[in-house]
Design a protein around this ligand. Structure first.
Ligand code: GDP
Length: 610
């Protein structure tokens, strides 16, 4: 679509729109209603509203959405930017049908009302996330109401001091990041649970980084205060080491000592959630048709597809025509988390919705459309462009980032860093920090030791980032998700090469690069004596194939032990040149005899990436 096409349908309306927050002298977007297409690129959006792509990208970041200039965003996402700029918009298709009725409607801001905050609980395993969610649910959900027993629908709501708070009931940052990697934002506040007796642990750090990458405010719940070895001061000190300085030490982070088991401190935690929510000034317009996010979806044998929807703006009603991803339908029934039938859902509220013809996916954006024909058209259009969109919406490769930095469109290189030991993580992080200059900086979304996991890939994907793996491999599920989402995992075993590559990338001077493509993986099941001191590994090929002469990496516990090449390959007694998935074989390697049962042999091919 060209800019002219986009510009032409701009209409003028009698009512003034909210004043734009931009310096005087720039073109003021007041007094007009912009007609926007269902999808457009960040660049097109920037041109359309007369801002630079950087400003649009920054604005999206504030909403936890990391997008590149060429990324395609949909109308809902684009509206976040236009609303912040004080520009009123309409969706192109709706304009003709709804114009007369809408022209009489008051300005958007007049209809904005405060909505409940949506809270996700995150933290290290066993630090008490589930217990905290259970305690809040048991003690604070109004038990007077009929059917006071809550059901698990993926989210629940409490009313505290007359105001509602919505909790996402799937603890952990996996769900949070999975939804975010699909382009939706569903959390306003993250509650970080840290056990007072245990302190900050690896998943606490992960959770902090995930919340920071999403730009979500963090409230710390220092849990298990009832235990004799609770040491909240140590937790506060550790938090400050991760740049979370608590209020009593002059910082901005609220930390509340609690015991999820006894209920101590829970009221204070809820009060603080309300304070942070008031500061965030969360508002939505309940008069509009609803839009929201699918939190959970499952097939109920009797009732068909059921899904938990978090309504984010507008009001969802029984009878509405709905579309989420490529699932569509009409709302047949709505129930709250107590299983009671309700007629409508307001912004910020979760509810179980019946009526989809097929299962939508968690993270799909829900939209209400005027009629069944519009649902069918939208779904048909999405099905048609599914492949195209998948490639357009995927994360960026380092090469693409380089081009954007070069063009001055992007000033940050987002990285997830994984290395064999914590020492290397710190060494690499310090070297990368030094690379920042006026042109571009490195932003480390998450750094940790161990193999690259699927969660690392989701985080990189949600923030258009790249994964740097130093002396570590990646879990098979991570590789699969990375290739599906188009996330680049760059593997290095020499620090200076890693630093040099990133430095070149920052300055837009990346040399031709070669990336490793995994072509085979085998597991060592037995070790046999070979000729002389040599050892033979009895292996089973798990995926791909092993080829004689190929370069192989010996992996143990997620770390690279050594690189070697295959000098001998046998299937039973026969010497073979290659061996495929599912088959057993004997493998001899050049200068490597120290096999252990459970080692993985990974065969890679070097491929020129550009
Ligand atoms: P999650 O993995 O973070 O969801 O942790 P859980 O909620 O499952 O809690 C892990 C363990 O810690 C369970 O045995 C809980 O009973 C216990 N636990 C949770 N909160 C507290 C608390 O405030 N005090 C004490 N003493 N134990 C707690």
């Amino acid at each position: 679509m060209t800019t002219n096409e986009l510009d032409s349908p701009v209409e003028t309306e009698a009512k003034p729109a909210r004043a734009a927050r931009r310096p005087a002298g720039e073109r003021k977007p007041v007094n007009r209603v912009l007609v926007m297409p269902q999808t457009l690129s960040v660049k097109q959006l920037a041109e359309l509203i007369d801002q630079t792509p950087i400003d649009v990208i920054k604005q999206l970041m504030r909403h936890g959405i990391m997008a590149g200039v060429n990324q395609i965003v949909d109308y809902q996402v684009a509206s976040l930017v236009t609303t912040a700029a004080g520009i009123r918009t309409k969706l192109a298709d709706e304009t003709k049908a709804a114009a007369p009725a809408k022209a009489a409607a008051p300005a958007d801001t007049a209809n904005l009302v405060t909505r409940p905050p949506v809270v996700t609980v995150m933290g290290h395993v066993d630090h008490g996330k589930t217990t905290l969610l259970d305690t809040i649910r048991k003690t604070k959900v109004a038990s007077r109401e009929v059917g006071g027993i809550t059901q698990h629908i993926g989210a629940y709501q409490v009313e505290y001091l007359g105001k509602k708070i919505t909790f996402l009931d799937t603890p952990g940052h996996e769900a949070f990041t999975a939804i975010r990697s699909r382009g939706a934002k569903c959390t306003d506040i993250a509650v970080l649970v840290v056990a007072a007796n245990d302190g900050i642990m690896p998943q606490t750090v992960e959770a902090i980084n995930h919340a920071k990458a999403a730009g979500v405010p963090i409230i710390v719940a220092i849990n298990k205060m009832d235990l004799p070895d609770a040491n909240p001061d140590r937790v506060k000190l550790q938090l400050s080491e991760h740049n979370l300085v608590i209020e009593e030490w002059g910082g901005e982070v609220i930390a509340v000592p609690v015991s999820a088991r006894s209920g101590e401190g829970i009221d204070t935690l809820l009060q603080n959630i309300q304070v942070v929510s008031e500061v965030a000034d969360l508002k939505a317009d309940p008069t509009k048709p609803a839009s929201g996010v699918i939190i959970e979806a499952k097939l109920d044998r009797k009732r068909g597809p059921t899904s938990t929807v978090l309504v984010q703006s507008g009001t969802l009603r029984v009878g509405d025509h709905i579309v989420a991803g490529t699932a569509w339908g009409r709302v047949k029934a709505i129930a709250n988390e107590r299983g009671q039938a309700i007629k409508e859902v307001a912004p910020g509220d979760p509810a179980e919705v019946l009526g989809f013809s097929e299962l939508p996916e968690a993270g799909d954006v829900l939209t209400v459309v005027p009629n069944e024909r519009a649902s069918r058209l939208l779904v048909a259009e999405r099905e048609r462009s599914k492949t195209a969109q998948q490639t357009q919406a995927r994360a960026l490769t380092l090469d693409e980032v380089v081009k954007q930095i070069d063009a001055g469109d992007v000033k940050e290189l987002n990285l997830v860093l994984k290395a064999d030991v914590q020492g290397s993580v710190e060494a690499i992080r310090q070297s990368l920090d030094k690379l920042a200059d006026a042109e571009a900086t490195v932003r480390i979304l998450h750094a940790g030791s161990g193999a690259v996991t699927e969660l690392d890939v989701l985080l990189a994907s949600a923030s258009s980032g790249i994964i740097i793996a130093f002396n570590v491999g990646s879990e098979p599920s991570a590789e699969r998700t990375a290739s599906r989402a188009g996330v680049e995992i760059r593997k290095y075993n020499i620090i200076y090469q890693l630093i040099e590559d990133v430095e070149r990338a920052l300055h837009g001077m990346l040399e031709p690069i070669y990336t490793d493509v995994l072509t085979g993986r085998a597991e060592v099941r037995e070790v046999f004596p070979g000729r002389g001191n040599a050892k033979i590994a009895g292996c089973r090929v798990l995926e791909g194939r092993l080829v004689r002469g190929a370069t192989v990496r010996i992996m143990r516990g997620g770390k690279v032990m050594q690189e070697s090449s295959i000098t001998g390959l046998r299937h039973f007694r026969d010497e073979v040149t290659q061996i495929n998935t599912g088959l057993e074989c004997g493998v001899a390697l050049q200068d490597f005899n120290d096999f252990q049962v459970g080692d993985l042999l990974e065969v890679h091919r070097q491929e020129r990436a550009r």
